[in-house]
Design a protein around this ligand. Structure first.
Ligand code: COA
Ligand code: AMP
Length: 625
């Protein structure tokens, strides 16, 4: 592991030199003189005196470099039967026009724009248009309902919201416009305007402050790229924390462009001429980093796929896309592979397509179970690279660095720490855990470029959530261990965040919805194992005294209200009325103990438990069938 070892070593001992070299991969309006600003720990900033424009780097410079007629973006939508591609020239034109339209609506540098859109090219165009103006986009995943959307609108306080009238989920049309209206009715912040891309499957009913995408762009002048400070925010992406209030992860412009450019070459071995396909959604960090910014910064073609791994129309969809577009690297979540394997265990669909353009399958977003790892490798005949990261870091923390130095992969491990990330495993007392021993996975400060510098307008929560458990390190929220070869094993979250089909969700947010039901006295939502989705939530409620409605009726109402308020993506299908919840004497619900029992383990019962008999009653209900 020569090249890897040396590079990793240098990234930690000489971060200034390392990242100064990496910064050469980006075009700057003002070159960085300083690399790391460590004057105000624990708040570190990268390239504090530099200026650039991220959209210029992702789009215009490829036109300037003579690649105007090569393909930048392929939109493949089996759910609408659409196939469309954009050259760099076309993409530049569309983005510049959209930026001009946003400016006409009053959007300037630093203003926020909330994007609530399905997987259509206009979503990518809007994100890049914001970057062009130095405005800050905040994309909200289309699967989220009014409660989640309203929370994000109130925190980001956007000047404009850009939405699609609907999304298409397999054969089901999901109307987004009524969800947006409901969110705005619930939010206290009012955007000036909402721009709605009307889709023929379900055009939305427009209100006074709404205008259509066509009207907004009609006659709009092209806007030029606005240089911004490297430390200025590019976007806010909300992610689930342990409470119901989402965390506004801030991404800066300079560190992000440098880190993603470096990752495309060194982790993903992808550059100009390659076709990169991240089968995720622009509403998640994978979509931000590896559908939109990463491939485009690197000058690779990116694929925007509006469909599912199965059912659009069948389990051959992924292989068809690989063949049709000559995909060289595919990035998806293990759930997607499990869904394909479930429908087609023998891999007969894969055999019908020529997938020999594919060099690597990258998987992340949740733990990669060994069976899925083996099946994917055997079916596609390429290396399967598990890699681990989070919304907060924005790019991989542990990976097999296919560009820098491919290494042997090991089932169950996302391989080794990526250069720039000082990954350690700590025991509860803060001492380093020896190889083979589980602990909290942390990253030494400063985090490398591209990671969150703070939370949107909330330095205090940033410190409290990530930096207060142990001194001078960032707490990832994941537990795991190193083996003797320095390979990391990530075993799962140590908090109440759950990962459902690769979607990160907050049990706290679901509990808020359950608790709001008039019959509910108290409740708990925990993540339980699921064969297809990795994890799914399960809810338990205790009713107020004197409620005599059938339990089943209340349970169904609760399931429906979570679906309506948070969104279908919550996948909460089971809520059960129970006589009591296990609590400590100070009233804290013992969710961790409940999780352990539901996972089939026999966790030690905390000595602080108020009434051990409650747990005895719950045990048979919690136990996996
Ligand atoms: N807009 C509206 N609704 C959405 C949505 C969106 N963008 N995305 C998902 N939903 C809905 C789904 O239609 C589903 O509704 P249903 O309960 O009526 O069936 C619900 O939310 C749950 O979605 P999901 O958990 O994705 O389950 P699914 O059964 O639709 O699909 C998989 C299962 C495995 C095929 C799918 O989860 C998948 O492709 N996963 C890949 C993971 C991924 O892309 N992760 C992103 C991070 S890498
Ligand atoms: P998100 O912020 O949505 O990207 O989710 C991040 C969380 O997903 C991490 O904290 C992990 O719990 C989990 N995760 C992501 N990738 C992996 C992986 N390769 N192995 C195990 N867990 C993962």
């Amino acid at each position: 592991m020569g090249a890897y070892r040396d590079t990793y070593e240098r990234s930690l001992t000489d971060p200034d030199g390392f990242w100064r070299d990496a910064a050469a991969g980006v075009d700057w309006d003002r070159m960085p003189m300083r690399v790391l600003d460590g004057d105000r720990p624990p708040f570190y900033r990268w390239f504090p005196d530099a200026e650039l424009n991220t959209c210029y780097n992702a789009v215009d410079r490829h036109v300037a470099a003579g690649r105007a007629d090569e393909t930048a973006l392929i939109y493949d939508s089996p759910v609408t039967g659409t196939l469309r591609s954009y050259t760099w020239r076309e993409l530049r034109h569309e983005v510049a026009r959209c930026a001009g339209a946003l400016r006409e609506l009053g959007v300037e540098k630093g203003d926020r724009v909330v994007v609530y859109m399905a997987m259509v090219p206009e979503a990518v165009i809007t994100m890049l248009a914001c970057a062009r103006l130095g405005a800050v986009h905040s994309v909200v995943f289309g699967g989220f309902g009014p409660k989640e959307l309203a929370a994000r609108i109130d925190d980001a306080r956007p000047k404009v919201v850009v939405a699609t009238s609907c999304g298409i989920e397999g054969s089901r049309v999901v109307e987004y416009k009524p969800l947006l209206d409901a969110a705005l009715a619930e939010a206290t912040h009012r955007p000036d305007r909402c721009v709605v891309l009307q889709r023929p499957q379900a055009p939305g009913v427009l209100q006074d402050c709404d205008l259509t995408w066509e009207d907004a762009l009609d006659g709009a002048a092209e806007a030029a790229c606005v240089p911004v400070a490297a430390t200025d925010p590019l976007y806010i992406l909300y992610t689930s924390g342990t409470t119901g209030r989402p965390k506004g992860i801030v991404r800066d412009n300079g560190g992000h462009a440098v880190a993603l450019t470096w990752s495309m070459a060194n982790v993903y071995a992808t550059g100009p001429g390659d076709v990169f396909w991240a089968a995720s959604d622009v509403g998640w960090v994978v979509g931000h980093s590896y559908i939109v910014y990463g491939p485009l910064l690197a000058g690779a073609t990116t694929v925007l796929y509006e469909g599912k791994p199965v059912g659009t129309p069948d389990a051959g969809a992924f292989f068809r896309v690989i063949e049709q577009h000559g995909v060289t690297a595919l990035f998806t979540a293990p759930t997607a592979i499990r869904a394909i394997r479930k429908e087609d265990p023998s891999g007969s669909f894969a055999a019908r397509y020529r997938t020999d353009s594919l060099r690597t399958l990258f998987l992340a977003g949740e733990r990669l179970d060994p069976q899925t790892y083996e099946w994917a490798g055997a079916t596609l005949g390429v290396p399967v690279v598990d890699h681990w990261w989070q919304t907060e870091t924005g790019w991989p923390v542990a990976a097999n660095l296919r560009g820098l130095e491919p290494m042997p992969t090991k089932a169950g491990s996302p391989s080794v720490p990526v250069p720039g990330f000082d990954v350690r495993v700590l025991q509860p007392d803060g001492a380093p855990a020896p190889a083979g021993v589980d602990g909290a996975i942390v990253i030494g400060l400063p985090l490398p470029p591209g990671c969150l510098p703070t939370l949107w307008h909330d330095d205090e929560r940033f410190v409290e959530s990530y930096l207060s458990a142990f001194p001078d390190v960032y707490l990832t929220g994941d537990g795991g261990r190193f083996d003797d070869d320095g390979y990391l094993y990530v075993m799962g979250r140590t908090d109440d965040v759950i990962n459902v089909a690769g979607h990160r969700l907050s049990t706290g947010s679901m509990e808020e919805v359950l608790a709001a039901h008039p019959a509910v006295a108290e409740c708990a939502v925990i993540g339980v194992d699921d064969e297809l989705k990795g994890q799914v939530p399960r809810g338990f409620v205790v009713l107020k005294a004197g409620i005599d409605t059938e339990h089943e009726v209340i349970e169904q109402e609760l399931v429906a209200s979570v679906r309506r308020r948070i969104g279908a993506v919550a996948s909460l299908r089971r809520v059960q009325v129970v006589p009591a919840l296990p609590k400590t004497r100070s009233g804290k619900i013992l969710r961790k103990t409940m999780r352990g029992i539901a996972a089939g383990a026999d966790p030690a019962v905390p000595s602080t438990i108020e009434d051990p008999s409650v747990l005895d009653t719950l045990r048979p209900i919690l136990r996996p069938e």
